[in-house]
Each structure stands twice: as structure tokens, then as C-alpha cells.
Design a protein around this ligand. Structure first.
Ligand code: ATP
Length: 135
């Protein structure tokens, strides 16, 4: 790629998770995955639960994110995520336990169960496992 970079910043309410110049980023937008290169038109988009990919000098880094917002402006990408973890921060056993809990809730649903909540928990767990290649 040319000498141009994207300045990517991923923050949650708790911390700065990632802040680096990169070549390319693929983000789980609310209406599907969005690939952002330098010189991208300015946009604001809601984010989905999904795997975010950062590509720099041919190396791909994956992070699990669970919704939020993204702003792209002048080669700067700011991602405000509800939660975000890089793959080396993800506790695989915790994500597997969360997946099992959510699957059990959905399998044994009664009328007072919060189905949407269980579905969202399942999607977060599956995304975390996908980010570490353990889905
Ligand atoms: P759990 O039921 O295991 O708490 P959850 O999907 O309900 O999972 P969240 O509410 O999305 O958890 O996240 C709460 C906090 O815990 C966030 O800071 C998030 O980054 C962190 N977190 C959640 N699951 C994991 C995991 N498997 N590995 C590392 N951090 C995690």
C-alpha cells in the first residue's frame, strides 16, 4: 500500500483498546461489513456485534466488538464500542461458558425469558470465539 495510513482508534467506556496507524480496516457495520481504506468518504455508522479486522503491512489483527458507533473523517477512524477485545485478550473458556448458558436459555425458553437478551449474549460469545478462530 502507498505511504498513506488510516489512524484507527478503538475505545470502550473503560479503556483505549487499540490506537495505531494501519493500512485497512474491516468493520461490522449495522448493515453489513464495511471496508475502510485511506481517503474514504466521511461517514458515521452504527456497529453490530462482530469481528473487526485491522490489516497492516499484510498482517491481520482481529478484535471482537459488540456494537457501538464509528466515525470516519480525514483518514481517522474512531470506533466507540460497547465492548472490544483483541484476540489475545479473549478468555476462551469464559466465551464457551457464555455460549452454553445462552444456548441453554434459548433451548429451555419459558414465556418470561428474555429471548433477545439471550440471543445477543450468544452472538457476543460466538463473535469472541470467531475472533480467536475457535467457533
Ligand atoms: P459474560 O457472560 O462472560 O460476562 P458477556 O457477553 O455478558 O459475557 P459483556 O457484557 O459483553 O460480557 O462484557 C463485559 C466485560 O467483560 C467487557 O469489558 C468485555 O470486554 C469483557 N469480556 C466479556 N467476555 C469476555 C471474554 N470471553 N474474554 C475477555 N473479556 C471478556
Amino acid at each position: 500500500m502507498a505511504d498513506k495510513n488510516l489512524d484507527v482508534e478503538i475505545v470502550t467506556p473503560e479503556r483505549v483498546v487499540f490506537r495505531e496507524p494501519v493500512d485497512f480496516v474491516v468493520v461490522p457495520g449495522i448493515e453489513g461489513y464495511l471496508g475502510i481504506l485511506p481517503m474514504h468518504a466521511p461517514i458515521v455508522s452504527g456497529l453490530n456485534i462482530g469481528v473487526l479486522k485491522v490489516i497492516n503491512k499484510g498482517k491481520e489483527t482481529k478484535l471482537a466488538i459488540s456494537g457501538g458507533f464509528m466515525e470516519v473523517n480525514k483518514d481517522k477512524v474512531v470506533i466507540l464500542a460497547d465492548t472490544a477485545e483483541s484476540s489475545d485478550e479473549i478468555d476462551v473458556e469464559r466465551a464457551k461458558a457464555a455460549r452454553e448458558r445462552a444456548q441453554n436459555r434459548l433451548a429451555n425458553r419459558t414465556h418470561d425469558i428474555d429471548v433477545i437478551r439471550a440471543e445477543m449474549a450468544l452472538r457476543r460469545a460466538l463473535t469472541r470465539l470467531k475472533a480467536v478462530g475457535r467457533e
